[in-house]
Design a protein around this ligand. Structure first.
Ligand SMILES: *Cc1c(COP(=O)(O)O)cnc(C)c1O
Length: 392
């Protein structure tokens, strides 16, 4: 069976009533027949039937053994870090999601877990950073916002050779485009807030493990720490996943067209999109991703924050907002928004210049989105020309 068929039919018909839509079990507890005798559910933090459908579904989609749903992507990341102990070392991608950086550096470092950040686009950097204290390698591919790609297969081999766990944050690609466990990863995490739920309407996180043993450990942490996803949000995530493959196909097709349009614009310096042959890691992306996704970043020939700001404020279809992965297109200026807390030097070195704009390409018609960008860029060019005349 093809994946889209599998996804739809892995979401079971409710065995109790035949309801084709998964029921929302909005309950905190379950009545027992005798002490300890129940239908597999005793208390809703430990287990909830709606959440279970989502957890089984994401496990299947990622070709893992177990899936677990959390209150946010960060809660999912937090659960994975809790596999470690004081004294352990993590090697993480230097372009890491800002929230993960904050969690690793400002929370876990004080509990004795040390983090080394390396450029993982060159796998040799990871191999060189491994010590006998390393317990976990943490990568994202593609990264945010400049869409750097790491060779997951090669890094998985390094992890295996050193008996270190490899966790991949698969948020940007989604399992419709990339399956890290098939490439050798031990754990996959998601901010389901983005493509999986897909409609910009919930905050949610998921963890998938490659083995039952790791799954049992995450399950223990999920119940012990308690950052579970509620039944209604679990239902929304299931509903989103039902159309994931279709959406990712269209997001990617739209983004490819838009990236090719941006390449031709004189005002634009770099266009970052893994689907472009000019992208530094295009070949690796092609070897591990089925689709290139809906996120594009670009910066301007004149690295001027004001002009970039003018562009993201003049688009009409692309709404100015943080986040990504929804059906409606969004744009943002990372230096003033998602990446504002990162020191300028560190920001520049990872390509996040003052004029870098990130697009989350939605499911509107690509031609309308291109027209929207055209008019916003023209307005900004005109304004900058006027500004130059005034100052000249
Ligand atoms: C958004 C995001 C997260 C955090 O997820 P939340 O659901 O916002 O907690 C983690 N990793 C990546 C790559 C993200 O884009």
């Amino acid at each position: 069976m093809k994946e889209q068929t599998q996804i739809l039919h892995s979401i079971p018909v409710d065995p109790l009533t035949g309801s084709i839509s998964t029921p929302i079990y909005q309950t905190s507890t379950f009545v027992q027949e005798a002490p300890g005798v129940h239908k597999g559910y005793d208390y809703a933090r430990s287990n909830n039937p709606t959440r279970k459908v989502l957890e089984d579904c994401i496990a299947k989609l990622e070709n893992g053994t177990n899936g677990y749903a959390f209150a946010s992507g960060l809660a999912a990341i937090d659960a994975v870090i809790k596999l470690l102990e004081a004294g352990d070392e993590v090697i993480a991608v230097d372009d890491i999601y800002g929230g993960a950086f904050r969690l690793f550096t400002h929370i876990y470092q004080k509990f004795g877990i040390s983090i080394k950040y390396v450029d993982s686009t060159n796998s040799a950097n990871i191999a060189a950073a491994v010590t006998d204290k390393t317990k976990l390698i943490w990568i994202e591919s593609p990264t945010n916002p400049t869409l750097k790609i790491s060779d997951i297969r090669a890094i998985a081999q390094i992890a295996k050779a050193n008996k270190v766990l490899l966790c991949v944050d698969n948020t940007f690609a989604s399992p419709a485009a990339q399956k890290p466990i098939d490439l050798g990863a031990d754990i996959v995490v998601h901010s389901a807030t983005k493509y999986l739920a897909g409609h910009s309407d919930i905050i949610a996180g998921l963890v998938v493990t490659a083995t039952q043993e790791l799954g049992d450990k995450i399950k223990f942490i999920q119940n012990a720490s308690g950052a579970i996803l509620g039944p209604f949000d679990s239902w929304l995530a299931i509903r989103g996943i039902e159309t994931l493959t279709l959406r990712i196909k269209q997001h990617s097709e739209n983004a490819q067209k838009i990236a090719e349009f941006l390449l031709e614009e004189k005002l634009i310096k770099n266009v970052y999109y893994p689907g472009l042959p000019s992208h530094h890691n295009h070949e690796i992306a092609k070897s591990q991703q089925k689709y290139f996704g809906g996120v594009i970043a670009f910066d301007l020939v004149i690295d001027d924050k004001e002009i970039a700001s003018q562009i993201v404020s003049s688009t009409k279809l692309f709404k100015l907002a943080e986040s990504l992965g929804g059906v409606k297109s969004l744009c943002c200026l990372p230096c003033e928004m998602t990446h504002k807390s990162i020191p300028a030097e560190k920001r520049y070195s990872s390509g996040v210049t003052d004029s870098l704009i990130r697009l989350s390409v939605g499911l509107e018609d690509a031609d309308d989105l291109i027209d929207d960008l055209k008019q916003a860029i023209e307005a900004a060019v005109k304004q900058s020309a006027e500004k130059n005349t005034v100052t000249a």
